[in-house]
Design a protein around this ligand. Structure first.
Ligand code: CTP
Ligand code: CA
Length: 222
């Protein structure tokens, strides 16, 4: 049922989507990252392309093949992802921010590999905040329909609602992570929240969830 509906809702629509983690380099051999496989974002990109949408996928470092028919742009850091989103958002009908963007980056990346000094037992890194990419998009005049994600370990719905309003999103998809849920898995469970509705999408494959999600977003778009 979703397949047919999505083909009507998404044909020739332009979708911009970010997926995967970002890596923030400490030195040439080390980085700060987060646990995101990119599977959810890639599944959405694939389902949208399948429905006839023109999909641009801005991807952090993941080990996934490019979905058929999707234009993929690879980035590493949050700042690189931000630069690409700034290039593409205005042409999009919808922006889905599925990436797990690192909140902080190392203030100054070391040019050479940091050496462990034998007489020193601790070290600290100076971190600075990364730009909030999705919040930047919703602050633009010519913004598309914007969907965020919230992966939470506790208070899932209330934290997600808070992000929906704070970041001025049109919709947010919340999910519980940790304790074997969410990460590096082929299935998931989502709560889709907008100003007008809250929908629970029960545990299923990320590809099935993507179809359901695209139907909800597609309806809100048209
Ligand atoms: N996001 C973003 N840019 C950032 C951080 C987050 O675009 N620098 C987006 C994510 O892609 C996601 C949404 O914002 O769609 C929520 O991300 P999340 O990390 O849950 O939100 P934060 O505001 O960073 O809150 P938290 O303290 O829970 O990490
Ligand atoms: Ca965050």
């Amino acid at each position: 049922a979703e397949l047919l509906a999505n083909a009507q809702l998404w044909k020739q629509r332009r979708l911009l989507i970010t997926a995967g983690p970002t890596y923030e380099d400490i030195d040439p051999v080390r980085f700060i990252g987060n646990r995101s496989s990119g599977k959810m974002g890639y599944a959405i990109a694939e389902a949208a392309a399948c429905a006839g949408a023109e999909v641009t996928l801005i991807s952090g470092p993941v080990s996934l093949p490019t979905p058929f028919g999707v234009e993929r742009i690879d980035v590493r850091s949050a700042e690189q992802m931000f630069a690409e989103v700034q290039k593409y958002y205005a042409a999009a009908d919808c922006f889905i921010s599925a990436a797990a963007v690192a909140d902080f980056r190392v203030e100054q990346m070391a040019e050479q590999k940091l050496k462990k000094q034998n007489d020193v037992d601790s070290m600290s890194l100076n971190l600075v905040k990364n730009p909030d990419i999705v919040a930047w998009v919703t602050a633009q005049q010519d913004k598309p329909f914007v969907v965020g994600f919230a992966a939470e370990t506790e208070n899932v719905e209330s934290y997600a609602r808070d992000k929906l309003s704070r970041k001025k999103l049109d919709m947010i998809c919340a999910n519980q992570v940790g304790q074997g849920l969410g990460f590096e898995r082929d299935d998931n469970r989502l709560t889709v929240i907008s100003a007008s509705e809250t929908l629970a999408l029960p545990q299923s494959s990320k590809s099935e969830l993507s179809s359901k999600l695209l139907k909800i977003i597609g309806k809100a778009l048209s």
